[in-house]
Write a protein that binds this ligand. Structure first.
Ligand code: ADP
Ligand code: MG
Length: 247
């Protein structure tokens, strides 16, 4: 643990869609280098919460602060700059199908960060090594397995030098035999000190890698606990029922 201020602070966050109160009153902090695993039943609001962290969804009320800056108070331009610091990886990999892997990775660093082609390529190759795919630079997405595509998607997010990585069920669309290779890349990233918020149903990953597990249900974060504690002794009935189903 460091004594720095939290990277992300969430205060009384509410999000409603019409009459549907999805997030009712969320209060949370993510510290520098911390790995949070966000778990809970389908429809609990996990994706909505993640999307509120970088204002892909606009909170109905409450505050989200990133490095002490209140996101809801920023202009669109300022927000774009901040969003670059939060890499996001989704269930669907969303690689550009008409571009090869290295082109996929270097697009944003060249466009947004104004890296030269050479710099962006060198960085891309370095990141492909990190995710174990340096031999796939010239390949096209369709020729890669789902697990490989997701590792490219992680490399692509890392190419923007994010301070935080947000993952929304990154392994849920994968065939079971490919889940491990993606989780391994995420675990390596965690060990390097990346600050991460991971929505996942992979309870093994949460047990082994999370510093804290947050259990979300019915519009609230019902429990925040160290994984040993959460999995051995969930406090709320809601979490006990959830764990009985997934473990
Ligand atoms: P989870 O990721 O935990 O499964 P979600 O955040 O995707 O949950 O969804 C929580 C609730 O919010 C659901 O009832 C869903 O229908 C609703 N919801 C999510 N996004 C939208 C949207 N853009 N418009 C309307 N309702 C939405
Ligand atoms: Mg979701």
């Amino acid at each position: 643990m460091t004594n720095k201020a939290p990277v992300i602070e969430v205060e009384h966050l509410k999000k409603t869609f019409g009459h549907n109160e999805v997030l009712k009153d969320i209060n949370a902090e993510v510290d520098d280098g911390q790995v949070i695993c966000l778990v809970g039943p389908s429809g609990a609001g996990k994706s909505t919460f993640l999307r509120c962290l970088n204002l892909l969804d606009e909170p109905t009320s409450g505050k989200v602060l990133f490095n002490g800056q209140e996101l809801t108070a920023l202009s669109e331009d300022q927000l774009d700059t901040l969003r670059e610091k939060m890499g996001m990886v989704f269930q669907q990999f969303n690689l550009f199908p008409h571009m090869n892997i290295i082109e996929n990775i270097k697009l944003a660093p060249m466009k947004v960060k104004k890296l030269s082609d050479e710099e962006a390529t060198a960085k891309g190759i370095e990141l492909l090594k990190q995710v174990g795919l340096e031999d796939k630079a010239e390949a096209f997405p369709a020729s890669l397995s789902g697990g490989q595509q997701q590792r490219v998607a992680i490399a692509r997010a890392l190419a923007m030098d994010p301070e935080v990585m947000l993952f929304d069920e990154p392994t849920s669309a994968l065939d079971p035999e490919m889940v491990g290779e993606v989780l391994k890349v995420m675990q390596d990233l965690a060990q390097k000190g990346m600050t991460m918020v991971v929505v996942t149903h992979e309870m093994g990953f949460a047990k082994n890698v999370a510093d804290e597990v947050w259990f979300m249900a019915d519009g609230y974060v019902q429990e925040k606990a160290a994984p040993q504690e959460f999995f051995a002794q969930p406090k709320t009935k809601r979490a006990q029922e959830f764990l009985a189903k997934v473990l």
